[in-house]
Every structure is written in C-alpha cells, then in structure tokens.
Design a protein around this ligand. Structure first.
Ligand code: PAF
Length: 271
C-alpha cells in the first residue's frame, strides 16, 4: 500500500482516502464521491478494526460483505481498496496507542472507554499506510470526526480532513451498517431518534436557546419509542464538545440509544 501511494505521489497525483469498516451503504458512497471530487486517485480502506470494539461489543457479528463492497467502491471510481489483515495491522508486539483524551471522554466515550483510542490509532496507521493528501469522514460520527481533526492538528499530519453530511433514509433514520441488526419493529422505532432531534432543532429555530429545554423537547419525542433506551442526549459545543447550557455558539445535539441489542447514534447541528 505504501509503495503504491509513494508511486502515485511521485507521479504528481493528489490522493484521497476514505477509511471504512465496510458493509457499504449510501452514506459511505457519498464519502467516496467527495473523495473522488477532491483528488486524482481514490483509496478506500476496508478494515473492521478490532481495537475500537469493547470486549462485549459486536466485533464478531459486525456485518461484512467484502466482495460487494469492492464492487460498490469500484463503481464510484475508487482506484484501490486496501483490506489489510488484522494480524498485519497489529503484530504480536504492537504497543503504541494514540489517545485524544479530552475529546474522547464524553458522549460515546462514557460507555465505550477505549473506543476512540482504537479509532485514533488505526486512523493514524491508515494515514501512514495510504499517505493521503485528503481524508473523508462522515458527520454521523461527529465525536470521531472531532477526535480525528484534533489528532491531525496535534500530530501535524499533512492531511486535509473533509467531512460529509449524514445521509438518511426517507423516514429520517441515519444510514449505518448497524441498521442491518434491526428487526422490523426495532427499525420502525429507530425513526424516533431523528424525529426527536428534528423537534429540538425546530424549537431552537423558534428562538429557544436553553439547552435543557431543547434536550427535553427531543427526549419527549424519543419517549414515544418504548424499545429505545437513551444512553445520552446532550448538547455540546461543536468545536470542543464541552457541555453547553445555552446555545450561543454552534453546537451539536447528539444522541445514542439502544434498541434491543443495537446501539444507534445520530446528531444535528444547532447553528
Ligand atoms: O467510522 C468508521 O467506520 C471507523 O471508525 C473508521 C474511521 C474506519 C476507523 O476504523
């Protein structure tokens, strides 16, 4: 992978990478299109990174479709799909971890304590392997995007980070590979996440700035989905993820819920 990237760079090409864990949906494809527009050569990485999963999480059952993913990536004009083996990514004496502790602590970090260290480490490795000028990530994983932007800044990676907007089903559910876990009833109840966020955003647009009032507006809607247990529903500053009492600067309203065995996240920008 490194020598392919080296050759491409030597021939003057601008490289984009879209890191993924595969099982591609239209959200991933929109990120690939963004990468395609911004570079001469497009790399997709396909790696279900074990170090970002906790011991009781869904690593073993994470949905996979390598052949289908490669076909979808090729149809968008991806030049190379990099699918490393976990044994090659993490050799027996692998001992280095990249941590972005402050941004990794709240929100998903509360129930997934090692998650963002796993993400930052693998993304740093993927950047060293694919040597991109630009890398594209989705805004659905807003905290992940914040962690990666901070890592890139702090460690002086010469990589431009581009984000792609959340892609939704027609009923508002944010696309996620994990939606495949939902049975029909859970799938129906999952629509309440975005309904709740949209309600809070409407209240915000109506002039309300008090964070608790906005969170309550979303929570009331999500409460209509009895199978959904809220893990967090918080308004955080869009740049440093600190808790916000009153939305006077751009902020995100972020939610994580469990529906049955499935954990879903979503967010909207309050700007
Ligand atoms: O967002 C994802 O799919 C993963 O967290 C990423 C960025 C590919 C790292 O494994």
């Amino acid at each position: 992978m490194q020598s392919w990237a080296d050759n491409a760079r030597r021939s003057g090409k601008r490289l984009a990478v879209v890191p993924t864990m595969g099982f591609l949906h239209d959200g991933h494809l929109s990120l690939l299109r963004l990468g395609r527009e911004r570079a001469d050569s497009l790399i997709m990485t396909l790696f279900v990174n074990p170090t970002q999963f906790g011991p009781n999480e869904d690593l073993s059952r994470y949905p996979r479709d390598e052949v289908g993913d490669i076909a979808k990536a090729a149809a968008i004009g991806t030049d190379i799909v990099f699918c490393p083996d976990p044994k090659d990514m993490y050799g027996p004496r692998h001992d280095t971890t990249v941590m972005v502790p402050t941004l990794s602590k709240p929100l998903c970090g509360v129930t997934r304590p090692g998650h963002f260290a796993g993400v930052a480490t693998v993304v740093a490795k993927l950047f060293h392997l694919t040597w991109p000028h630009v890398a594209v990530f989705g805004e659905k994983d807003y905290q992940q995007l914040s962690v990666i932007r901070r890592m890139v800044r702090d460690l002086n990676f010469a990589v431009e980070i581009v984000s792609g907007p959340i892609v939704r089903e027609s009923d508002g559910l944010a696309l996620s590979s994990r939606n495949a876990y939902l049975n029909p009833e859970e799938r129906q109840q999952a629509t309440y996440l975005y309904r709740g966020l949209r309600e809070a955003r409407n209240v915000f647009k109506g002039g309300t700035r008090d964070a608790k009032t906005l969170v309550d507006a979303a929570a009331d809607v999500i409460a209509a989905a009895p199978m959904a247990t809220i893990e967090y529903l918080e308004i955080r500053d869009a740049s440093d993820l600190s808790l916000v009492q009153s939305v006077t600067r751009p902020a995100i309203l972020a939610v994580a819920v469990r529906i049955g065995q499935t954990r879903l996240i979503d967010n909207v920008l309050l700007d």
